[in-house]
Each structure stands twice: as C-alpha cells, then as structure tokens.
Write a protein that binds this ligand. Sequence first.
Ligand code: FES
Length: 290
Amino acid sequence: MNNRKREGINIDEREFSDLDELIESIVERIKKEEREIYTERTLKEAYNPKNVGELNNPDGAARITGPCGDTMQIHLQLEGDRIIDSKFITDGCGASTACGSVVTEMVRGKTIEEAFMVEDTDVLSVLDGLPEANVHCALLAANTLRAALEDYKKNNKSNKEVIKEGGGDEGMKLCIPTLGTGGLEDLVSEHFGRAPTFTVVDMANSEVKVVENTGEHFGGVGNTPELVAGAGAEIMLCSGLGPRAISMFEQLGIEVYVGASGTVQDAINAFQAGELLEASDANACKEHLH
Ligand code: FES
C-alpha cells in the first residue's frame, strides 16, 4: 500500500517534471525568437520598463492612439521650466512599452524646449532600432510626449502663445477632410488631398457646411489648401499631411493639427481636449507630399 502510494507520488513528480521541462523549453524558444527580432536593449526595457504609471496632478498630460489602435499616455511634472518626473502607460505591444520607458527617461531633467527636440528617431537609436513593423511604436511615444508638452504649454499661463485670444477655438471655423456628406457623423478621410469632401464647422454657432473637394486630385483646378481657405476655415484638423501642404497652409494663415480620426465630432473633441498635434515638419507624412 505504502509502496503503491510512493509509486503514485513518483509518477506525479515525473509528470510535473516533464511539464516543467516542456514549459521551460517553450519559454526558451520564445526568448530565442524574441532575441532574433528585438535588440537586447529593447527586451531589457520591455521586460523592466521604467516610469510606468500615472502622476496625481500632472502639469502636462496626453493620451494618443497610434495607427495600430494602441494607446499611450504620458504624464509630466515640472519644476520651473524643467521636467522633474514623467510617467507612461500603454496598452500596446512590448516595443511600445520599451519606447514609453525610453522616452520618459530621456526627458527627465530636460527643459520644455529641450524635450520638444526629442523625436522618434532618438528613441529608436537608444533601442538600437526596432523591426519595421514596430517603428510606429517609437512614433507613438514621441507624439504622445509632444502632446503632453503642448498640454503643459496650454495650461501654463506664461506660454500664452499657444492660446488664441478669446480663449481658444470659440468662434473659429474648423475644417476636417471627410469621406462624405454626413456632417458631424461623417468619417475623417485619411488622405487629406484626396478627401472627397471637407466639413467646415463654425464653432461660434455650430453651423456645419460640407464643401466638395474640387482640387486638382479630383480633376478640378487649384490646390486643396486654397479650397480650404476659400471655405473660411481657420483651423484644419486632419489625420496627417505632407510637408508641402503644411507650408501652404502656413502661408494661408491656417493652423493645422494632425492625428484626427473617427468621426468629425471625434476630431473636434480630440482637438478641444488638446490631443491633436500641431503639424510640423517633424510629424509630416514622409510618404506623400500632398
Ligand atoms: Fe501598437 Fe506597438 S504600439 S504595435
């Protein structure tokens, strides 16, 4: 009886030991595959990220959704003009965790102006690169940082230049490239130049006007920024656009914000929450010039 019991225990232990070996070999295989794909530094930051979490009362905060649908949030705390604490949270992949860790670590001790200089390429270079499929994770981290810095500037009374006289967007005409004629429920077009319509929203009286895109991409004449200016728009909210279009809007005195997605109403909400980024050469779409 005793022997049988012992036998039974021995059998169980053998089964456990086989299972342990199996798990160990699976973990080893996963680690080996990861090492083939990601750099040592990326794996280090992804498995032991720094600065994960939230601040109680951040001076600058932003949450951005990347092209993959994952989000990142960054909180900043400042003393004077210097960042003394930074935290991030992401629901994205391991690479985005590594990027959040690096970007929040990089900005600590930096002034606002210095932090504005941090770009996705800096994050990539600290990580010794990322696979092509994860390059956008570094951009998500850099864009979220930039949005948190913009948020700080908006909140900080000593930086009035980011706040328009009259207290923001009230009375402004916002223009959003759209796919149809659905007004506030219409979807934002991803391709600014090729958007079939532009939806213009007058923030003073909530009047919505839909303008057909008769620009050169649609066989018409004239360029799209001129068309937008002609519709009376003062602020343009779009998904993204190229450096040439950014400079054309600049010349026409129209402010451009990128990162809009979802419906027209979603884009306006995101703009009002300070979640869209002011267009610049740094965030211009490099793959197309319109
Ligand atoms: Fe979405 Fe990395 S953040 S895949």
